[in-house]
Design a protein around this ligand. Structure first.
Ligand SMILES: C[S@@+](CC[C@H](N)C(=O)[O-])C[C@H]1O[C@@H](n2cnc3c(N)ncnc32)[C@H](O)[C@@H]1O
Length: 460
């Protein structure tokens, strides 16, 4: 059900996306009305959270049943402490052996209060997915707000609220009510960096359990398509795998877990601080096969084929499998109520992705597997990249994916029907408004995801 306005984009970006979703191939296949309706549904569903929460279970440390049981206990404790009515349904995904699904209850009828805090859009999105408000996310609060006050929480859609304001008349949406855990003076009138929970959510508009500090080594919040990526890559114990754009390391850790921590997972990211996150995650999940380096992956191929160092650059054909989870325009992320990027920024990723692709193909052994993924919805970063890759690298062939629970690739990049069937595009717009909330959770979960794309290649 739609309760928020459609995602706010720059008009030039709306036009661009419309030209993608109403391209000639799509129009010829489904007609103008259906193509327009899919596009409008995309804009609507992007501003709403998915109707489920997905957690990846550390099945290299414990059985799924055991983790499901422990999680149930934790959530019962949470419920007793907060007297909340969070549903305790936790279901294993029928096709993915390390996924647990929990329903999200929302939108619920929650009454707005007269007193409100304003949070940044990112914080607002996290609240809609079950988080409490962390103090650094608060941008404005009532003048005399004290710990213990009950307040409404609003998300600042356009990032226009002045930090430290006492009220805000700009575009904002209500995301629920909570209790302040910090005085206003300790947020805005202090030189010390603020930390910890600022508002504990009591009545969120969308209710799902908070996973903050819950079984940290056993469960990891991850969108369903991101978990699918690890399985599609299909790592085996003893292999050497490269994760080219790895931070914060969600997929890196999944790959190492699937390999039972036997072999080597090399994780690269160009941003230094983010490498620490990979190390922290690896440590939390007790994974020792991960080696993380700060490096620009476009430069990861060594000119010296005999080079033998632990870190990058690497000689050609060094890896059994390569994951290129590419930096992208991120337009599939949900919920996202506003995106301030220009068309130029959205279109800036294709050349970088191609440079990374060149390195990926060189670093892969013959007979090795390359998986390319993005969390965006454009053709330019998805199907067009596949068409370009098949043209540029005759050694690559598309492969079937297992599991394949998303839709097929989108028309418009000149790929054949057989090629499109081998691609996996998670397209929440196809089921939006048709989602039957009484349908079994796993069926809903497969459709009502973030927008995401996966292609799997074999190097011959
Ligand atoms: C989509 S995110 C990766 C998410 C990650 N795979 C996960 O599942 O946790 C893309 C990452 O690519 C990194 N990145 C961007 N350009 C890069 C480059 N040239 N070389 C290496 N990493 C890069 C960014 O810093 C960012 O962390």
């Amino acid at each position: 059900m739609s309760i928020f306005p459609k995602i706010a984009l720059k008009p030039e970006v709306t036009e661009y996306l419309k030209s993608v979703f109403l391209n000639n191939e799509v129009l010829a296949a489904v007609g103008h009305q259906e193509a327009e309706s899919r596009f409008q549904n995309l804009l609507a569903c992007l501003s709403h959270p998915p109707s489920h929460t997905c957690v990846r279970a550390s099945t290299h440390l414990s059985s799924l049943e055991d983790i499901q049981h422990k999680l149930g206990e934790e959530l019962r404790k949470q419920q007793m402490c907060s007297s909340s009515t969070v549903s305790q349904q936790i279901l294993p995904h029928p096709q993915i052996p390390d996924v647990l699904l929990l329903p999200v209850d929302g939108p619920r009828p929650v009454k707005q209060l007269s007193s409100g805090v304003v949070v940044g859009a990112q914080c607002g999105s996290a609240v809609l997915r079950g988080a409490h408000v962390f103090a650094p996310g608060i941008v404005a609060s009532p003048k005399y707000m004290k710990a213990g006050d009950v307040v409404s929480v609003f998300s600042d859609l356009e990032g226009k609220c002045t930090r430290g304001a006492t009220s805000f008349q700009g575009k904002k949406v209500f995301v629920g009510n909570g209790v302040a855990e910090i005085d206003r003076s300790n947020i805005f009138c202090t030189d010390k960096p603020v930390k910890g929970v600022g508002v504990r959510m009591l009545e969120p508009l969308y209710q799902s359990p908070s996973f903050d500090g819950v079984l940290p080594s056993l469960v990891f919040l991850q969108n369903l398509p991101s978990v699918v990526v690890g399985h599609v890559l299909g790592p085996r114990p003893g292999e050497r795998i490269l994760d080219m754009c790895a931070a914060p390391g969600g997929k890196t850790c999944h790959i190492a877990a699937l390999m039972r921590d036997q072999g080597e997972v090399v994780a690269l990211d160009r941003i230094k601080n983010k490498i620490d996150q990979i190390h922290q995650n690896a440590q939390m999940f007790d994974l020792h096969s991960i080696k993380a380096f700060c490096f620009n992956s476009t430069q990861a191929v060594s000119g010296d084929p005999a080079q033998k160092s632990e870190g990058p650059p690497f000689p050609p054909e060094s890896f059994d499998r390569v994951l290129l989870d590419a930096p992208c325009s991120g337009l599939g992320q949900r919920p996202s109520m506003a995106n301030t990027c220009s068309r130029k920024e959205i279109c800036s990723y294709q050349p970088l992705q191609r440079k990374l692709f060149h390195a990926a193909v060189k670093l892969l052994k013959k007979g090795g597997v390359l998986v390319y993924s993005t969390c965006t919805v454009t053709l330019a970063e998805n199907e067009e990249q596949v068409a370009w890759a098949l043209d540029t690298f005759p050694c690559l062939t598309l492969q079937p994916q297992e599991p394949h629970i998303g839709a097929e690739g989108m028309l418009g990049a000149g790929l054949s029907p057989e090629q499109l069937r081998l691609l996996q595009r998670f397209s929440p717009e196809l089921s939006w408004e048709r989602t039957d909330m009484t349908a079994p959770l796993p069926c809903r979960a497969n459709m009502d995801t973030i927008g995401f794309f996966i292609a799997k290649f074999l190097k011959n």
